[in-house]
Design a protein around this ligand. Structure first.
Ligand SMILES: O=c1ccn([C@@H]2O[C@H](COP(=O)(O)O)[C@@H](O)[C@H]2O)c(=O)[nH]1
Length: 279
């Protein structure tokens, strides 16, 4: 998907919501295990059907699937195929946080872009340019590079300052990686819990899309993220996982997920309207 197509989807749906498919076998409603021989996929399918008109992206986190072994990997593949078949306008992000020496990264890229039809994969910047560029060789596919993460541990390294320039590590990541790709094939993870940093971040990357996890269960503020992070093509995909997909653990789970997604979408619509990005 191109940047322009992503922006058009945001305008049409009046939403920049990314629903996180962090499907935990211990958290899905128990009745699914009685009713289906494929309960995790049944859960994903119901969540997707209930939210697809309210969001522009889905983000399965690989940990939840890989932890189930071969079966989990097959569920992930079927989930991606399901979204592609029934909701082809969705941007699908593999939250895998990969990155290795070049030839190994090339295999990861083949996994997510060649074998599976993801639009993007999250990549850690720590191993540098040759660990990232193999993901950028696929047309209309994106790298989502970790820049400033939402967790407490972000303070361990990401705010470290260069002794001479005073530049923080996350700023160094942004500036250095700017040459690896473009705003048409790279976006960055910035946690909603660090929204106050978005002004500094936008000074370095005004045009890039940002994937913003951390609203909902982690307590980040959508209003703050939009205030400092919005740009002329919206430039934001705001992810919410647990708050939406586990809104209820009873038989009404899909309806409850929809209600949660609707609340976020409505707030996003107001933000987009106020910024004159939609009419
Ligand atoms: O900095 C980061 C990077 C990735 N994540 C991932 O996003 C979702 C957030 O889930 P919630 O349930 O909405 O908190 C999850 O998959 C994380 O691994 C992040 O939170 N922060």
């Amino acid at each position: 998907m191109t940047k322009q197509e992503l922006f058009e989807n945001i305008q049409r749906k009046k939403s920049f919501l990314c629903v996180g498919l962090d499907t935990d076998v211990n958290k899905i409603p128990e009745h699914l295990f009685d009713e289906s021989d494929d309960p995790i996929f049944a859960f994903n399918k119901a969540i997707i059907d209930a939210t697809a008109d309210l969001c522009v992206a889905y983000k399965p986190n690989l940990a939840f699937y890989e932890s189930l072994g071969l079966e989990g990997w097959e569920i992930l593949e079927r989930t991606v195929e399901y979204i592609r078949t029934y909701y082809p306008d969705q941007f699908i992000i593999a939250d895998a946080k990969r990155g290795d020496i070049g030839n190994t990264s090339a295999m990861y890229a083949r996994t997510f872009f060649g074998n599976m039809d993801f639009d993007s994969v999250t990549v850690a910047p720590y191993m540098g340019e040759d660990s990232v560029t193999p993901f950028l060789t696929y047309e209309d596919k994106w790298v989502t590079l970790l820049a400033l993460t939402s967790n407490k541990g972000a303070f361990d390294f990401q705010f470290m300052k260069d002794a001479e320039t005073g530049e923080r590590l996350f700023e160094k990541v942004l500036k250095t990686s700017l040459n690896w790709g473009t705003d048409e094939n790279m976006m960055y993870v910035v946690g909603a819990t660090k929204a106050e940093m978005l002004t500094d971040i936008r000074a370095i990357i005004p045009e890039h899309f940002l994937l913003v996890p951390g609203v909902g269960a982690q307590g980040g503020s959508l209003a703050e993220v939009a205030k400092y992070g919005l740009n002329s093509t919206c430039g934001l995909l705001v992810n919410s996982s647990r708050q939406i997909i586990y809104a209820s653990q009873d038989a009404d789970y899909a309806k409850a997920a929809r209600l949660e997604a609707e609340k976020v979408q409505l707030e996003m619509e107001q933000i987009l309207f106020a910024a004159e990005l939609i009419q």
